[in-house]
Design a protein around this ligand. Structure first.
Ligand code: BG6
Length: 461
């Protein structure tokens, strides 16, 4: 691996750069980990100074008590190349600017709409900038299986796979990565982490916000393309995979690929799509849109470890709570020994992994009820990781840092991306009806139809 010596941001004046990339660059600057020029490329008619002011505002809006000296240090690294992406002068100017910085190994970050990726990759090639650089692309990688294959083909005609960094920011989340450490560093868990002990798995990725401000983008994708095919699938891979042989990128991605190879493509009968009431009135949304803002599905992983265990998965916007959670429910003990008071049988053990805000884990265990009888009742053993472990890094800080040093571990590989599209493809081909639900609910009641061995979805913590 070789450390990059320049970072080029396409779409530098856009929303992603503002919300995620500048705050991440600030944190890297603060830790002394940013030692390269950052060259923005954008169509906006801004001067370098406008660009620096914009970046400084983006940082101070997102980062509480940002240190002005560090903000200034970051701004000094910034240049803007203003121009049309279709104009050869823009690319010549980028090439010359990188040459002025003496940059030999730039990282090209595509914070631009995916339909522009091929043209930008071609333009980089036209001025010879593709030869040594790395390219970072944001999801969605394609719109379906066929377009993902086509996009990969175009990118591969210019960049080799080891220089393509496909961002799925869930792979950059400490809480998601912790699933691996949690599973494979605790001997306690591995013996029960299989079909013999696990009755079912439920995963919820719920957001309270609707599509605020992103209506036009969202209406062209929907929940399945936006988060299900990527973020959700990566969580499943970490929960379901076999122990990787080691931490290297391809060893981890090989195990994820095996999970998806054993996962059956989505059965449209085991999928319910919903749309929140009011979505069609959002700016940029088609008033007759049938795009889903909610999806609930039952998945099966037909592997030696997981055959027969239902994986219930829910994602959605405008729901009752913002939460990302995976709950592993174990089987009931074979006999109720401790029930002298004749109460309800003890609940099952659950391992609740919180992956969003307040990430951590809760074990639902049974313990003796105080009093003369031998009865059992549920107690929760709960850990909040931030309280126990201290400051966590934001996903984008880690991903930008990885792209700069050239580590592919937290990026999605081509075969995995294409296979996950294959898995959701039946839902794209045969989407079925769309069921309305109210904001701040848990989605349409029809979502219960995908459950086969229980009556209701678990409510996240
Ligand atoms: C993005 C989706 O990839 O992930 C958004 O495009 C979604 O629609 C976001 O809100 C959720 O990310 P996080 O990190 O807030 O859970």
């Amino acid at each position: 691996m070789t450390v990059a010596d320049a970072l080029v941001l396409f779409g530098a004046t856009g929303d992603l750069a503002k919300r995620k990339l500048f705050p991440a660059l600030y944190q890297m600057e603060r830790r002394g980990e940013l030692a390269l020029p950052v060259v923005g490329v954008a169509r906006s008619e801004w001067s370098d100074e406008d660009f620096r002011t914009h970046a400084a505002e983006a940082v101070t809006t997102s980062v509480a008590n940002a240190d002005p000296e560090i903000v200034e240090g970051l701004c000094k690294r910034l240049d803007l190349i203003q121009g049309d992406y279709g104009d050869v002068a823009t690319w010549e100017s980028l090439r010359d600017t990188l040459a002025d910085h003496g940059a030999k190994l730039p990282v090209f970050y595509m914070a631009i709409p995916p339909e522009m990726f091929p043209a930008v990759a071609e333009a980089l090639k036209s001025v010879g900038l593709h030869k040594r650089g790395r390219i970072v692309v944001e999801k969605p990688f394609g719109r379906d299986h066929a377009s993902a294959v086509a996009l990969n083909k175009t990118l591969h005609s210019i960049f080799s796979e080891d220089r393509i960094f496909r961002i799925d920011h869930y792979l950059g989340k400490e809480s998601v990565e912790d699933l691996l450490v949690f599973r494979f560093s605790n001997m306690l868990l591995e013996p029960v982490w299989n079909r013999h002990y696990v009755r079912r798995v439920q995963i919820t990725m719920s957001e309270q916000i609707g599509v605020e401000g992103r209506g036009s983008f969202y209406d062209s994708v929907g929940a399945i393309r936006d988060v299900f095919q990527n973020h959700l699938m990566q969580i499943i891979a970490f929960l379901a995979m076999e122990p990787p042989v080691g931490p290297e990128a391809n060893l981890l991605r090989d195990e994820a690929a095996k999970v998806f190879a054993s996962m059956k493509p989505l059965d449209p009968k085991a999928l319910v799509r919903g749309q929140y009431v009011g979505y069609r009135d959002e700016d940029g949304v088609d008033p007759e849109s049938t795009v889903e803002t909610f999806a609930a599905a039952r998945l099966e992983i037909d592997s030696w470890r997981w055959a027969g265990v239902p994986w219930y998965v829910r994602v959605g916007k405008a729901l009752a709570k913002t939460s990302t959670e995976a709950v592993i429910e174990l089987h009931q003990p074979p006999r109720m020994l401790f029930d002298e008071a004749g109460g309800p049988p003890p609940g099952r053990n659950e391992i609740r992994l919180r992956l969003g805000d307040h990430d951590g884990v809760t074990f639902a265990l049974q313990a003796k009820t105080p009093g003369p009888n031998l009865d059992s009742q549920e107690i929760d053993v709960d850990v909040d990781f931030a309280a126990a472990l201290g400051e966590r890094q934001e996903a984008y800080e880690r991903l930008l840092g990885d792209a700069i040093v050239g580590s592919l571990r937290r990026f999605a590989r081509q075969d995995v991306v294409e296979r996950t599209w294959e898995i959701v493809q039946p839902a794209l081909d045969e989407p079925g009806p769309i069921h309305p639900y109210f904001r701040a609910s848990w989605g349409p009641t029809e979502a219960d139809h995908v459950l086969i061995d229980c009556d209701a979805w678990l409510i996240p913590d």
